[in-house]
Design a protein around this ligand. Structure first.
Ligand code: ATP
Length: 303
């Protein structure tokens, strides 16, 4: 194969709980990831030598600090047949938003390069490379629905659940993931998500049961550092969202709806300058499996 173009989907967290700090400094997590229909476009092309990265968002690093570059570098180090690759990113997922934008680009590079260079990596090998790059990268290899434990990289498949319409509302600032986790130790956590109940709700496609038991403990930390987030969460609920909750370490707030119309109405009403307001929905299995947009064979490749 000569070239491959893929959709790299973002994620939200329907639950996120933290149970303590580990010896390596990371926190022990339990989270339910759900892939969403919002994607970056990742194009990969064979190249004689080295990694070259281009991206339409000039504020992002174009070298080894870019997670997509890092993914290519780890494969190049281990596989001599990977001589070089040209990576092009079209960013549509807001950056530093809790939507796994960088992680999903890295995962798409791993999946794409595996095909491009015929590496035949197993699922376990792919997950291993992914976990070396970042905690959210393994989920992004197959971004449908899964529980993540450990740092979020130890995955168990979860039911797809009912379709949910969502509006992603990101204020014009980022939050530092490190700071959010650090600050968590200073705040009291009143309520935690009930993962078992949410999973039963997913299994029986019972939205009410899911909404009632969802939760993200990082809200306690984020809302303490940025109290306006709490006000905005309330304002969004008043606009008739079924549920509003922060995703990941924020600052994106997710407003949930069972129907498209309610979500569209809210998206049209939230007109704050410089905010990202994006209408989206949960992904289906067919969409995850159909994420390759285009590929081109090399001249001597057989049909
Ligand atoms: P997560 O939900 O996985 O914690 P996030 O959505 O909060 O991630 P990202 O969008 O991945 O955050 O960006 C976090 C940081 O990673 C940014 O500061 C950015 O500079 C850096 N980064 C590196 N590579 C990329 C990339 N390909 N796309 C976006 N950000 C990237």
């Amino acid at each position: 194969m000569r070239k491959i173009v893929m959709k790299a989907f973002g994620k939200i967290n329907l639950t996120l709980d933290v149970s303590g700090k580990r010896d390596d400094g990371f926190h022990e997590l339990e989270t339910l990831f759900r892939g969403i229909h919002l994607y970056d476009i990742v194009s990969l092309e064979r190249r004689d030598r080295g990694i070259q990265l281009e991206c339409d968002d000039e504020a992002l690093p174009m070298g080894p600090e870019n997670l997509a570059y890092e993914a290519a570098a780890v494969l190049m180090e281990d596989f001599p047949q990977v001589t070089g690759v040209n990576i092009q990113l079209v960013k549509r997922i807001p950056v530093a938003a809790g939507l796994a934008g960088g992680s999903t680009d890295a995962a798409a590079v791993l999946v794409g390069m595996n095909r491009l260079f015929g590496l035949d990596l197993t699922k376990v090998q792919m997950e291993d490379y992914a976990a070396r790059i970042g905690s959210d990268v393994p989920f992004c290899l197959y971004p449908l629905s899964a529980v993540g434990r450990g740092r979020g990289e130890r995955l168990t498949e979860a039911p797809e659940g009912p379709a949910m319409w969502i509006v992603l509302v990101k204020p014009p600032f980022g939050l530092s993931t490190g700071e959010i986790y650090e600050h968590l130790e200073q705040v009291a956590i009143d309520a935690r998500p009930n993962l078992e109940e949410v999973l039963l709700g997913m299994e029986t496609k019972d939205l009410e049961r899911i909404y009632r038991n969802m939760g993200n403990v990082l809200e306690y930390s984020a809302f303490d550092l940025q109290p306006r987030l709490r006000d905005w969460e309330r304002d969004l609920s008043v606009l008739r969202a079924d549920r509003v909750m922060m995703t990941g370490s924020g600052p994106t707030l997710v407003a949930y709806f069972s129907d498209e119309e309610g979500a569209r109405r809210l998206a049209a009403q939230w007109t704050q300058p410089r905010w990202d307001v994006l209408l989206s929905r949960t992904l289906s299995k067919a969409e995850v499996e159909d994420r390759m947009i285009f590929y081109e064979k090399t001249e001597n490749e057989e049909e």
